[in-house]
Design a protein around this ligand. Structure first.
Ligand code: SF4
Length: 420
């Protein structure tokens, strides 16, 4: 690594937003970004035994209060190979070749999430989803930086207006953990992306001037990495617009940094109902006591939660894994909502399954478990076509006045349905 400047020897850790209106300041270094009083103010108290043991080994100085503070979790995240190699074998990626050719998606893993990876083999499902791999260097046909062409559907910066009655607000480029298959990786790659009140005000103005918008999705990046007052600014501004009927927040934070879900935070959220939360979930192992507590708090606050899962090869591409995930989600009051085919971002082919795998999974769920446990399997059509649902062939066509149906056991039935 001798001919590479020191600062280039590690993957990017996220965006440096310190010079603009600060949403969340983060940097490559371990600089203090939150005040001590902010870090010790957490009211989250759950630490599962294996995570507690991890903390004792790798963060022996950290107190319960610190560990349970989401700000401490961000401040102490794994953002470079040197630190990550303390808990994982990074020898296959920690080399010059990878670092020079990659420069792609930032590396960032919270200590809490790292505790789930510790002691597991390198091909462990959760490890594969968040730790860089050399397979990312292979760009395959059909892959592009913005496969959904969201940037061409932005009437103002960071606001995607794809469907007639709803918009997607990209509120920040920062995430507490970066998923290696992220559809929006093109956003989080951009340096000095200007997120902040000025940018949000342009989006809010657009929504205010468009009465057809009844549903606003606040996403990113991950909006729950922002401080309460920033999130409240957004929610209160949107709630002030009479034609905005519902607000949704898209986030992975409850799964990767459940400490963010403080009682103070959910008390604030409750003021802005009807509020929905789409939670990005990958694997049943993510449903820990900490996550259970976070989701309990959100559900008790009346927030309707739905799951979003990306179908990933070698991570969750098995009927039993998905069934287990959906069952665990229902137990923590998160309704299974979507399974997405993995979008073709550059260097993602190792994650993509054939479409037939997604259909096989839905076939393996429908009829074999509660209807509530069955999400929609969708492909986000490349080029901005929107979500297209895919189903096994239950409808077999018509025979005269009958519709032919195939049930989950493969048996065929005739349903009388005279042509009008
Ligand atoms: S949390 Fe969401 S936005 Fe952030 S890296 Fe993962 S998929 Fe992308």
């Amino acid at each position: 690594m001798n001919d590479i400047p020191q600062q280039d020897c590690e993957p990017p850790s996220g965006q440096d937003l310190s010079s603009i209106e600060v949403v969340l300041e983060t940097s490559v270094s371990d600089d203090v970004v939150f005040a001590k009083t902010e870090i010790t103010a957490s009211d989250f108290q759950v630490i599962s035994p294996s995570t507690y043991a991890f903390r004792k080994t790798f963060f022996p100085q950290a107190t319960d209060k610190q560990w349970n503070s989401w700000r401490w979790q961000i401040q102490n995240s794994y953002t470079n190979f040197r630190k990550l190699s303390e808990i994982l074998d990074t020898s296959s990626i920690d080399d010059v070749d990878f670092l020079v050719k990659s420069r792609k998606l930032p590396l960032r893993i919270t200590p809490y999430y790292a505790s789930l990876l510790y002691g597991k083999p390198n091909d462990y499902a959760l490890t594969k989803s968040v730790v860089p791999s050399k397979l990312e260097l292979k760009v395959s046909p059909g892959e592009e930086a913005d496969p959904l062409h969201e940037e061409s559907m932005c009437p103002v910066e960071n606001l995607v207006h794809r469907y007639p009655d709803r918009v997607l607000m990209l509120s920040t480029g920062f995430c507490s953990v970066y998923c290696r298959y992220c559809t929006r990786s093109h956003m989080v790659l951009k340096d000095k992306k200007h997120y902040g009140i000025k940018a949000w005000e342009r989006s809010i103005e657009y929504i205010r001037n468009n009465p057809s918008v009844r549903d606003v999705i606040i996403s990113g990046g991950d909006p729950l990495t922002m401080p309460d007052k920033h999130i409240e600014f957004l929610l209160s501004s949107l709630r002030d617009i009479p034609h905005v009927e519902i607000i949704r927040i898209g986030t992975k934070v409850p799964m990767v940094m459940p400490q963010r879900i403080t009682n103070k935070f959910v008390k604030m959220l409750k003021k802005y109902h009807p509020l929905y939360m789409s939670i990005h979930v990958t694997h049943p192992d993510e449903i820990t006591p900490e996550v259970t507590e976070a989701c309990k708090r959100l559900a008790d606050a009346g927030i309707v939660m739905g799951s979003q899962t990306v179908l990933l090869k070698g991570v969750n591409d098995h009927v039993d894994t998905m069934k287990e995930l959906m069952h665990r989600l229902l137990k923590i009051r998160v309704r299974p909502y979507y399974i997405y085919q993995c979008d073709p971002i550059p260097g993602s082919s190792h994650f993509r399954t054939p479409v037939s795998k997604g259909i096989e999974i839905i076939r393996g769920l429908r009829g074999f478990t509660s209807g509530y446990a069955i999400p929609h399997y969708v492909i986000d059509a490349p080029g901005g076509g929107g979500k297209v649902p895919l189903l096994p062939e239950y409808y077999q066509g018509r025979e005269g006045n009958y519709v032919m149906l195939k049930n989950f056991e493969g048996k065929t039935f005739r349903y009388y349905d005279p042509a009008e």
